[in-house]
Design a protein around this ligand. Structure first.
Ligand SMILES: Nc1ncnc2c1ncn2[C@@H]1O[C@H](COP(=O)(O)OP(=O)(O)OP(=O)(O)O)[C@@H](O)[C@H]1O
Length: 637
């Protein structure tokens, strides 16, 4: 409950008008049944006393009240929906601002954080609005409950006291159940996350081929349903307990009502009380029962909704809220152009304290304007080292410096602006070609906060450098082609007819064109788009290429490497590749094994020393020679 003021303040910030309207509507709707019952009693008493003209005032007021209550009800429904929309907009904006704010990515790999994030997302998409609805709904029920109790007092003080007494255990029981609901909510989060994982896997076109080929559909479907069943089982237990409590409450208040009604009916029959009293009692008992049931259930709902808010608050509260136009962070010093180089000193790193060290005392220098190549077997730690250079993680021991300054002392965003990188597991965005390249430098994206007027030309130049310009020219909409078939829209055929065959249409930088069919690229084509993205930062001081040509055909690989040799001249570069023919031109080749550097030098020196590199190189070369020596036609059989 200590979160309540904070949650209320957040709701008031997100949707002040909708919240105020919802509160006013709730108070009016809560008070209306009491007023209607009281006016009905007045009217009936006048009519039974044959004062027809005196009954007109309460009757007219009754109609006006009915109309006002109905309007308030409609206003409440609208305000509820508006509250839902505005709080979701506000909270999702904050939540995702907080999710992308951290410098590193370790948090997102933590299952506990992912569970919390799922709950926080639930709060943002509807939970926060639900909290307001539960609370305001509770206030509305409380107004009706108290109103009818007050109305009951003069007519039947005993039944008023009994109804009040029966409310106490019901409220206590609901509060306890609410705590159990909160526990269950957290317990089922991992199961629901796995359920979402299996369902998205079955919906993912990239997984569709394997799922069909290996017949995985029934397995994943079964696992999805079983995760859902397990989570529902826990929720069902609490729902059944709630049903028992609510039913008991209904029986109790029903018995009180029956007794009170029988007693009052007898007194009216004896002429000791006016008929209006019986009418008021009937309305009051029904109203008080309904209001109590509503109040109790809303009390039960506030706990889980507040707990969801707690998860949301824990995610957003820990981080600054990024403004609409992110300013360069002042979290550290701004790195200048690289003059001397980058130095790793005795760097130790592991992903988690429970896991093995991935890097074990790596000392390495990347001299300014020098080209270094990193080679080693799978799992040696090459990509990990790249991630450390980009500050996606920090070393647990040792240091990495940029011209002598520790990376941790530098502003991460400014540091990253000085790096052009192609990750081994690059991302394929369901965006246009132009955007897929332009994401490498935000300012070249259409609609950027501070757009680069030269953005289109830069995108084209990067595409040419990556050797992807000819491919783009052949796409249906050139740089405006959507690189996803998932977002294909409806009017494609009509639009296609308007266009001459193969004409490259949109200029680079054009946004996605809803209405055109997207295209699917091959793995190698995607890799070249990703390479263009990395090359977009033409002034990057450090160019990192992690397996830039693993998916390319022999001709494309040769072309790309020839271009990269040119591009890497006069700039600091780090190249990772398993194809040793492509690293031989590097100034220095570093061999990593089990997280340690086991040898380094240029190609000739390493070959002369006859160590691990020479062995790897000869093994690869022998493989090619063997393949070349095989009789032709063998591969086709
Ligand atoms: N996010 C992660 N969380 C935990 N362990 C990881 C993570 N990424 C990589 N590892 C582990 O770190 C080790 C080194 O991985 P890394 O990707 O750096 O190797 P690599 O040399 O680039 O291999 P490859 O040649 O296959 O690309 C591996 O044992 C891997 O399982």
């Amino acid at each position: 409950m200590r979160l309540l003021p904070k949650a209320s303040a957040e709701l008031a910030r997100a949707a002040p008008v909708a919240l105020a309207a919802r509160v006013l509507a709730a108070l009016a709707v809560g008070a209306a049944p009491v007023a209607v019952a009281w006016l009905t009693r007045q009217a009936i008493d006048r009519l039974t006393e044959h004062q027809v003209s005196a009954a007109e005032v309460p009757l007219i007021a009754l109609c006006l009240f009915g109309a006002a209550a109905a309007t308030a009800q409609y206003l409440g429904v609208y305000a509820d929906r508006e509250l839902g929309r505005r709080t979701a907009q506000h909270a999702l904006g904050r939540l995702f601002g907080a999710v992308v704010a951290p410098v590193g990515v370790a948090e997102l790999e933590d299952p506990g954080f992912q569970d919390r994030l799922r709950l926080a997302q639930q709060a943002a998409t509807g939970g926060n609005a639900l909290l307001a609805q539960q609370f305001i709904g509770g206030a509305q029920s409380a107004v009706t409950f108290v109103g009818f109790l007050v109305a009951l007092l003069p007519v039947s003080p005993l039944s008023a006291a009994l109804v009040l007494a029966s409310a106490v255990p019901a409220v206590v029981a609901q509060a306890r159940l609410s705590e159990r609901r909160v526990q269950v909510q957290s317990q089922v989060s991992p199961q629901l996350r796995r359920q979402v994982f299996y369902s998205s896997l079955m919906l993912d076109p990239r997984a569709a081929a394997e799922i069909r080929l290996f017949g995985l559909g029934p397995l994943f479907r079964g696992r999805m349903v079983s995760e859902l069943t397990r989570s529902q089982q826990q929720e069902r237990t609490v729902d059944r307990a709630t049903l028992r409590v609510d039913s008991l409450l209904a029986l109790l208040t029903g018995a009180v009502s029956a007794a009170a009604l029988l007693v009052t009916a007898a007194r009216v029959g004896q002429g000791r009380e006016p008929v209006g009293d019986l009418v008021l009692l009937m309305a009051a008992l029904a109203g008080v029962q309904g209001a109590l049931a509503g109040l109790v259930s809303q009390i039960g709902g506030v706990g889980p909704a507040l707990a969801l808010y707690g998860h949301y608050d824990a995610v957003v509260g820990a981080r600054p809220v990024p403004g609409p136009a992110p300013e360069p962070s002042t979290a550290g010093g701004l790195p200048g152009p690289l003059h001397t180089g980058i130095q790793l000193r005795d760097v130790w790193f592991r992903y988690h304290p429970d896991q093995e060290w991935v890097l074990r005392g790596v000392t390495l220098s990347l001299p300014a304007e020098g080209s270094v190549a990193l080679v080693g077997l799978n799992g040696a730690g090459k990509s990990t080292l790249v991630k450390l250079l980009c500050r996606l993680y920090d070393p647990q021991l040792g240091s990495i410096t940029w011209d002598g300054v520790d990376l941790r002392e530098l502003d991460p965003a400014a540091l990253r602006r000085r790096i052009g990188v192609l990750f081994q597991d690059y991302t394929t965005y369901a965006l246009t070609v132009a955007e897929n390249i332009a994401v490498g430098e935000v300012s070249t994206l259409p609609g950027a906060e501070r757009p680069d007027t030269d953005g289109g030309a830069r995108v084209r130049a990067a595409a040419a450098a990556a050797g992807v310009d000819t491919l783009v020219a052949g796409l249906p909409d050139g740089y405006g082609t959507m690189l996803s078939r998932t977002f294909a829209a409806t009017s494609t055929a009509a639009r296609r007819q308007d266009r001459p065959e193969g004409r490259p249409a949109a200029h680079p930088g054009a946004g996605p064109d809803v209405g055109r069919t997207g295209v699917a690229l091959s793995g190698g084509q995607w890799q070249r788009i990703a390479l263009a993205r990395a090359l977009l930062r033409r002034d990057a001081d450090l160019l990192i290429l992690d397996e830039p040509s693993s998916g390319l055909d022999a001709e494309a690989e040769q072309q790309v490497h020839a271009r990269l040799v040119e591009l890497r001249a006069r700039r600091t570069s780090l190249l990772i590749s398993h194809r040793l023919s492509s690293v031989r031109q590097a100034d220095r080749i570093v061999v990593l094994r089990g997280g340690r550097i086991i040898e380094q030098g240029d190609h000739d020196a390493l070959m002369r020393s006859g160590g691990a590199y020479a062995e790897l190189f000869r093994t690869q070369a022998a493989g090619y020679q063997l393949a070349a020596a095989e009789p032709s036609g063998g591969a086709g059989r």
